[in-house]
Design a protein around this ligand. Sequence first.
Ligand SMILES: [Zn+2]
Length: 314
Amino acid sequence: MYYKLLLVGVESFIDYSKIIGNNFLLCQGPGGNTSLKEEEYIYIKKSGKFLSNSNIDTFKKINYFEIENYYTHNKDKAVKFDNELSIEAPLHVFLKSKYVFHYHSISSIIISAINESTNLDNLLINNKIIPIKYIRPGIDLAREISLEKQKHNLDAYFLYNHGIVVEGNNKSKIMKRVRDIESFFNKFIDYKKLIKLNKTIQIFPNFKDKVKNPFPEINFDLYKGKYLFPDHSVFFPDFLTSKNVQKNNAAIHYDKDYIYLNKKLTNVESIYFKTLLLIYGLIGDKEIVNYINTNDGENLRKSDDELIRRRVNR
Ligand SMILES: [Zn+2]
């Protein structure tokens, strides 16, 4: 009987993870991860798995005391507790709540790209969301989040150029918090336009050779050299180049009618191409003030963890 109750707890956690994973505006491809602490265990999403397809095999069950002890005392960033785990695992370990949901909210990425942090930080704190400056995903980011938790004692975090973390002991309250945060973002961007664009972009035909340019008015060259979120640099590092300034064959070119792809995109590349089109469509000609520079983006892409993720998600 007790064992059955435990299973029900895990199953409903998986259901909630799936809901987050199936909302493209919150999770794209293998991005985003959730965790559950139950008894002496923690269940954390494995690297490369899709939250949208969550099942018991999506998560790794680990002794919580052992992994907490490991990440608290291990200063060596290169060594992971378990190779199957995502590089974002330490964040789930350092935050003590029963549930930790981390997702790559597209609206949060757009908002952090176009708003100066001096203004945005205050508005976030007033809404009980802790702003966290961009730090590459991994143990340093997890440490920063746990330090900020001690200062503010709130349950939600806005990770600049990355996404959101929400934690708590009640799953349905977390889901409400996720929805409330997204509606708060309505103050900063045209959320209705985002929803509409998402519907259009999701039914785009397969990405090969060329696609109709959905934003003929946009000068994509303005976005060059600016990675807007970590997976941008990992899974879709090519910037769009105007056809008349075309210099190298490797670049993706565009004119008013089409975006010319230089290869057939893989499933995961298509997902991030859609994500970028959505983001660019909302940013338009606004100035990008926060981004990951090419150097940091390339270092992230070449890191061992990300090489593994790319191998798993071709
Ligand atoms: Zn993340």
